[in-house]
Ligand binder design. Structure first.
Ligand code: AMP
Length: 391
């Protein structure tokens, strides 16, 4: 097959898109429609000459934004559309060609991701209307982690909560962990045991053995695990009851604080942006220093814990905006894992930034920086589905 896949990531008020050609040499048209549903929606992106554009969309909804995106494809008709869907529950262990049954199954999973799945589905429905006859594929953030064994995915809770209500660990960022671990296999020539750290605004870690996810830091929701930009990550499960009883906080307030006011932002009292935090720390800001210290310690602790899932550890992979760009965060995390036998090449580490792929160890277990490509991975899985359907 030799044509582009249109990758759509539809949020409640935004649509991210990329037209991914079949070869990496061809340019990718990409962009973001945001503030949809308000009065000042806007579409920004990059055209085929690599020039950026910005277009006002007024009070556009998802359908009108998709129509505007269609015009920006410069007459290219994609082979198929690949949709990022956040939650596939236990139903979806891999990507799926979208039909009415798949839409219904995604709808049934909406209770597990009430903020994300309905928005993702709005994109699916609008795209099916706008591109009738074009194959559409759903690619799930959770599917890669469906290989977790019960010891990793079950919470120590009454069994009925799992069987009757699906309360278990699912894991997220699966597309990213799948992509970077496959790339690490290719680059190293090993099909081994990797610990991957996706460190962006959302952060998660994953233990991968021979291409299969065996454990990951996120759980029922993307709030579990390491500290993130504005998310707390793990807290004492007793915290919720404590805040409700002692401070009288309603559930919505607790949810808001843990998801939007915690993490790097909450600890520093300053920002969730790692670049700003590193600059502030250099100027002696104690909150910024503490936030970075907690962030790195939690990541190292999570990687050490996840190493229990692997029969053998071959190396670590860093990705995501922070993992790809902050040599300092990588160095701090590695220094916190002395018993892993890691040797960092500090010169190469400090040069491996701004989207560069590179091996940053000086011997011992392998250390890689691999820029993630979630759109590329969604396009790969979309093509695979089409090939299987036509076989
Ligand atoms: P993402 O969600 O993957 O786009 O990652 C966003 C995070 O990456 C933010 O915390 C940014 O501050 C961080 N980031 C991006 N560039 C850099 C950089 N050069 N140094 C440190 N952090 C960076």
């Amino acid at each position: 097959m030799n044509a582009s896949v249109l990758v759509i990531n539809c949020g409640s008020s935004s649509i991210k898109y990329a037209l991914v050609p079949s070869t990496p040499e061809q340019p990718r048209l990409a962009g973001l429609a945001e503030r949809l549903g308000g009065s000042d929606a806007r579409l920004r992106g990059i055209d085929s000459r690599g020039d950026s554009f910005s277009q006002a969309l007024g009070d556009a909804d998802h359908t009108r934004a998709l129509e505007a995106i269609l015009h920006r494809l410069e007459g290219q008709r994609p082979l198929a559309v690949g949709h990022r869907i956040v939650h596939g529950g236990e139903h979806f262990t891999r990507a799926a060609l979208i039909d009415d049954d798949v839409v219904a199954a995604i709808e049934r999973t909406a209770a597990l991701a009430p903020l994300h799945n309905p928005a993702n589905l709005a994109g699916v429905k609008a795209t099916r209307r706008l591109f009738p006859g074009l194959p559409q594929v759903a690619v799930f953030d959770t599917a890669f982690h469906q290989t977790l064994p019960p010891r990793a995915y079950r919470y120590a809770l009454p069994e009925a909560l799992y069987h009757d209500h699906g309360i278990r660990r699912y894991g997220f960022h699966g597309t990213s962990h799948a992509y970077v671990s496959q790339r690490a296999d290719t680059l190293s020539g090993l099909e081994g045991g990797w610990l991957t750290a996706h460190l962006g605004n959302g952060c998660s870690t994953c233990a991968i053995w021979q291409g299969q996810s065996l454990d990951t830091s996120m759980g029922l929701t993307p709030l579990e695990g390491v500290a993130m930009g504005t998310r707390s990550g793990d807290v004492d499960p007793g915290l919720h009851a404590h805040l409700a009883r002692q401070l009288g906080w309603p559930l919505e307030r607790i949810d808001e604080v843990l998801n939007r006011e915690s993490g790097l932002l909450g600890l520093s009292g300053l920002t969730n942006d790692m670049r700003e935090l590193e600059a502030a720390e250099a100027h002696g800001h104690p909150g910024a220093a503490l936030a970075i210290e907690v962030f790195c310690y939690r990541i190292a602790k999570s990687l050490a814990a996840l190493s229990c899932a692997l029969p053998r550890l071959d190396g670590l992979v860093f990705t995501g905006g922070i993992g790809e760009n902050s040599a300092r965060v990588r160095e701090r995390v590695i220094l916190l894992l002395p018993h892993f036998g890691l040797q960092l090449n500090r010169t190469v580490n400090s040069e491996t930034i701004r989207g560069r792929e590179g091996r940053i160890d000086a011997g011992g277990r392998q250390l890689w920086v691999i820029p993630t490509d979630e759109e590329g991975q969604i396009a790969i899985e979309t093509r695979q589905q089409l090939q299987e359907a036509s076989a």
